[in-house]
Structure formats: C-alpha cells, structure tokens
Design a protein around this ligand. Structure first.
Ligand code: UDP
Length: 152
C-alpha cells in the first residue's frame, strides 16, 4: 500500500508574517516526512479549483483573492495517519476556537487569516496533491533516523 500523504499549504498571511519555519518545524518535530515543497503565487484558476467546494459560499471570492494575493508555501507530507494528524496539528478553522497548542490556536486570530490549509480526507488529499504538484516534484526518500520514528 502506498504511504499516506497529505497536502498542506501555508497561506499568504503565514508567509508574510514570517512563520513558515515555525510551521514546518511542527510537522518535522512530530515525525512526518516532507516529500514535496515549493513556493508559488497561485493563479486564479488554481485557487478556484482548490476551493471549488466553496464556490457558492459568500466568502468564496474574498478567499480566492486572498490566496492569490502573495506567495503560498505548498507542501506534501507523508506518514501513517498524516491526514488526520495534520488536521489536529492545524486546529479548528476559526482560530479563536482552535485549541492552544495547535498551529491556528497558537498563531492566528481570524478565520479569514488562519495561515494554513490541510486536506480534510483521503480523497481530497489525493486530488489536492495532484492539483498542486507534478509527480516529479514529489520525492521518495528515507530519513536516516526513520527506525527511531516508527517500529514498522
Ligand atoms: N473561510 C472564511 N470564512 C468562513 C469560512 C471559511 O474565510 O466563514 C476560509 C478559511 O480561510 C478556511 C477556508 O475558507 O480555512 C476553507 O474553509 P474550510 O471550511 O474548508 O476550512 P479548513 O478546512 O481550512 O479548516
């Protein structure tokens, strides 16, 4: 079975606020493996496809304008249970309701500036990775301390 992967994006507010390193560090320290990483300013089309599920919502155009307003750090993280675990690390959508200790709970205050995106399930993870990354941009590698992270 292929290793579980998820799509994580640090939104323009996270990049502008200089907390990219802090956010990446939380995933690294947890023990997940970074297998894809790039910075880009998303096109209108990419942003609209990424948030297509929200296209009828009142915040859709504001959200698309925001996500295309500056650099986004797009990532693929790998590890057993990474999809759900990343959502827990990230915290609730509204940062005022995110638990302390989560990324949004510690580092954000506004639902429209909640600094990070993470895929919400296995199908979304697959489609978002395919939307943001070429196959050749995702790297298979084994961390040298791998056997100290997991028994399997
Ligand atoms: N969002 C917003 N206003 C809302 C709800 C959502 O601006 O009332 C934005 C917010 O940036 C959120 C994104 O839309 O992260 C996607 O919403 P979703 O419900 O998928 O939340 P997420 O999966 O990011 O926690």
């Amino acid at each position: 079975m292929a290793a579980e992967r998820t799509f994580i994006a640090i939104k323009p507010d996270g990049v502008q606020r200089g907390i990219v390193g802090e956010i990446i560090s939380r995933f690294e320290r947890k023990g997940f493996k970074l297998v894809g990483l790039k910075q880009l300013i998303p096109s209108q089309s990419l942003a609209e496809q990424h948030y297509a599920v929200h296209k009828e919502r009142p915040f859709f155009s504001t959200l698309v304008n925001f996500i295309t307003s500056g650099p986004v750090v797009a990532m693929v993280w790998e590890g057993e249970g990474v999809i759900l675990s990343a959502r827990k690390l990230i915290g609730a959508t509204n940062p005022l309701q995110s638990e302390p200790g989560t990324i949004r709970g510690d580092l954000a205050i506004d639902i429209g500036r909640n600094i990070i995106h993470g895929s919400d399930g296995p199908e979304t993870a697959l489609s978002e990775i395919a939307l943001w990354f070429e196959v050749s941009e995702v790297t298979d590698w084994i961390p040298s301390d791998y056997s100290w992270r997991t028994e399997k």
